[in-house]
Design a protein around this ligand. Structure first.
Ligand SMILES: C[S@@+](CC[C@H](N)C(=O)[O-])C[C@H]1O[C@@H](n2cnc3c(N)ncnc32)[C@H](O)[C@@H]1O
Length: 341
């Protein structure tokens, strides 16, 4: 049901969900070492309501930030929940506490006017993007593809909120496969509560007043986090009965990430949620079922007994590659030795 909210929001291009401070704190505590001496940009954030601005301005000294820039999008529709009530879009700059009270006072925050509406794609906002080291925000769900493409184009580090569905986007998945983007720590229970006045139709028991519950939200980043080096502990052994092969692709099907067999060296199809546990030292990502090059029914999911499976990511153990390469090297060395003799 909760996904209905997101879909409805997407269709109506309603992007006014505000992130809770507690969710920002929970994620960003894992990244503290990255911020020292850095300029942070929050470019989808009305500072009057954005908890991202709140978090970085109040933690400016503790994080050792150099500069905080926030741009505010001027909403075209006054009737929305948004409190964008100013005639013009603005951008704010905070360079840290000056009067020693360790609080961002209004006179310490520089307010600048933008010429346009503050669209993150506008030339003036791109100029601010160029000045940033790390971009941190919850961008509009409806513009996720474009938002990420721009961050990649300008070679920026980022920590942003997106949705699990974004993983299988044609534009996003190759970035994940090539280790240019990965998942952050995420939201408790895989769902976030966002401050919003959209009607919350979620039936989940953790419904909260004044909030919309969105399941499947997650954090995307390209900053190193310890989680990425944690090895997934596996205990199951491969058997052809428990792990059938797909009808039309040479890989076994694994229904749960924790069930990945410890001793299978070939290609395995695993649920998308595997990415939460993905350690690039342990596994290699081959592709996404639908779009893997040698899928005979390109664009379609695999089948088992003619029944379509859930979406799968194709992976292979890294250790096997190492063993394979050693074997190959040994063969080459032996061949060279024979030639010398
Ligand atoms: C999901 S909300 C999150 C707001 C805020 N970042 C937060 O987390 O509380 C996305 C925000 O992006 C703004 N927005 C929509 N289109 C935008 C655009 N083209 N450029 C910049 N901001 C935009 C919306 O007005 C909305 O406030």
């Amino acid at each position: 049901m909760a996904n209905k909210n997101l879909n409805a929001a997407k269709t109506a291009k309603k992007d006014e969900f505000y992130t809770q401070l507690v969710d920002i704190e929970n994620e960003l505590r894992h990244y503290k070492d990255h911020f020292k001496g850095k300029t942070v940009l929050c470019n989808c954030d009305d500072p009057r309501v954005s908890n991202f601005f709140h978090y970085f301005s109040y933690n400016f000294e503790q994080l050792g930030l150099k500069r905080l820039i926030t741009t505010c999008y001027k909403n075209q529709d006054r009737d929305l929940f948004s409190q964008h009530d100013s005639e013009r879009a603005i951008w704010l700059e905070y360079n840290g506490d000056k009067n020693g009270n360790r609080v961002p006072d209004p006179e310490e925050i520089g307010i600048n006017y933008l010429q346009g509406d503050g669209d993150f794609r506008s030339p003036e906002c791109i100029e601010l993007l160029k000045q940033a080291d790390i971009v941190v925000t919850n961008p509009p769900f409806s513009l996720f593809r474009e938002y990420v493409a721009q961050l990649i184009e300008y070679d920026k580090k980022f920590i942003i909120i997106g949705h699990q569905n974004n993983i299988s986007y044609k534009e996003i998945f190759p970035l994940i496969k090539n280790n240019k983007i990965w998942l952050g720590y995420g939201f408790k229970g895989g769902a976030g509560h966002f401050i919003s006045n959209y009607e919350d139709v979620a039936t989940a028991s953790d419904h909260k007043v004044g909030m919309i519950r969105v399941s499947g939200v997650t954090w995307f980043t390209n900053l190193e986090i310890p989680k990425r080096n944690e090895e997934l502990i596996l205990y199951k052994r491969y058997s052809p009965e428990e792990y059938p092969k797909y009808d039309n692709y040479d890989a076994i099907n694994v229904n749960k990430t924790s069930d990945i067999p410890i001793d299978y060296d070939g290609v395995m199809g695993v649920p998308i949620t595997f990415l939460d546990k993905y350690n690039p030292e342990q596994f290699e990502i081959i592709g996404l079922d639908r779009y893997v090059e040698d899928n005979p029914k390109y664009g379609h999911r695999f089948t088992i007994g003619n029944k379509e499976t859930y979406a799968r990511i194709l992976i292979r153990r890294r250790e096997r590659l190492v063993a394979y390469k050693l074997e190959e090297n040994n063969k080459l060395a032996m061949a060279a030795e024979q030639n010398n003799n």
